[in-house]
Design a protein around this ligand. Structure first.
Ligand code: FA5
Length: 351
């Protein structure tokens, strides 16, 4: 009987060595370990043995069963590993170091200048605010000292919605909310209000090389005790020299806006023609870029701030025009064109 066990063990070992697939392995498992398998068969011969021999034989058969099961398990792992290796070898091979020619997206030039201005102003202690594009008549006009029937309303052809609200025609629409948001901290803790708020503006205007009906502005306000025009000029100068990284000619001239007193127009020497005059500057050599001024006492009052105690400046930077000047874009309409040919040429300075 022992001989039978030994030769069966040897036979199974040889069979396991020869096979190369999981299917063959399963056949071997059934042939030897299955209900009608060779190992179960061995037990059938036990009836002719004495009790003692039977015990001994049963133990050996069980050992054989265990070692065969273990060998099959080992072979299963081996064959599975081999199958995976074959699958990998059959996959299409590629070299991950090969350079690829993927078309990269790029930021819109307005996004680029907006981000740059945000970085500049943040470094000077300003916070960046977001504001809705749909506003009320109060926010856009009344709160900034443009009452109903005021002739200044004609300066901006506004898009009105059926519900009486309007599409923001100027970022000054956020001034009142900003004064109210930070006024408490100014009054109670002496922390100056320093905020910028970029945003899209809409005006029902005829378009040309420098006018769009949808364009971006970036409003800025600073309010504290003793703020004066020299503070305003300092921040405007710093912003422009940071954006252009070179000296550019600007001029400041009186300008009328109901929410500032005094008010200024800040023009930039046209960088498309160098000031000689071209369609991009309406042949004047100058481009209106950033009107500004000292916040009107009525606007401060409406924002909950005492104009006897505090003063401040505000500016309304034309971001879209700034992008034109920075990137040498001759016609403002190219910026809203959606043309990738035009827009994909611009990259961030830091890239
Ligand atoms: C205003 O909108 C004022 N709210 C600016 C302001 C803020 C003044 C705070 C004083 C204090 P204006 O309408 O001039 O002003 O527009 C400001 C700037 O936005 C312009 O100088 C120009 O650069 C840009 N801008 C105005 N209209 C257009 C347009 N149709 N297309 C492109 N840019 C425009």
């Amino acid at each position: 009987m022992d001989e039978k066990i030994r030769s069966l063990k040897h036979q199974i070992g040889e069979e396991l060595q020869k096979i190369e697939s999981l299917v063959e392995l399963e056949a071997i498992r059934i042939a030897h370990l299955g209900k009608k398998g060779t190992i179960t068969d061995l037990l059938k011969g036990m009836k002719d043995l004495s009790n003692e021999e039977r015990k001994e034989f049963g133990k050996k058969v069980n050992e054989l069963k265990g070692s065969v099961a273990k060998a099959i398990e080992k072979k299963t792992t081996e064959l599975k590993q081999k199958e995976i290796e074959l699958e990998i070898a059959a996959m299409p091979q590629f070299d991950i170091t090969t350079p690829v020619d993927l078309e990269r997206g790029s930021y819109h030039p307005i996004t680029l200048v907006q981000r740059q201005c945000e970085t500049i102003f943040k470094s000077m202690g300003f916070t960046v605010e977001d504001y809705s594009e749909v506003v009320t008549d109060y926010e856009c006009f009344e709160a900034v000292n443009i009452p109903k029937d005021h002739p200044a309303r004609d300066m901006q052809d506004t898009y009105y919605l059926e519900n009486g609200q309007l599409l923001k025609s100027q970022t000054s629409a956020a001034q009142n909310a900003i004064l109210r948001k930070y006024g408490k901290n100014l009054i109670e803790n002496g922390v100056p209000i320093k905020a910028i708020f970029p945003g899209r503006c809409f005006r029902n205007e005829a378009t040309d090389a420098t006018h769009e009906n949808t364009f971006f502005q970036m409003e800025g306000v600073m309010v504290d005790k003793n703020i004066n025009i020299s503070n305003l000029i300092y921040f405007m100068k710093t912003m422009l020299s940071e954006v252009f990284q070179r000296d550019i000619k600007v001029r400041l001239r009186p300008g009328f806006f109901p929410f500032v007193e005094p008010g200024f127009e800040l023009d930039i020497n046209c960088l498309i023609c160098g000031g000689d005059g071209c369609p991009s500057c309406n042949h004047s050599g100058w481009l209106e870029l950033c009107p500004c001024g000292m916040i009107h006492p009525e606007v401060l009052k409406e924002g909950g701030i005492d104009p006897e105690e505090y003063t401040g400046f505000a500016f309304g930077l034309g971001l879209t025009r700034l992008a034109m000047m920075k990137y040498g874009i001759k016609d403002i309409r190219d910026l809203n064109s959606g043309s990738l040919k035009v827009l994909s040429q611009f990259t961030d300075d830091e890239e």
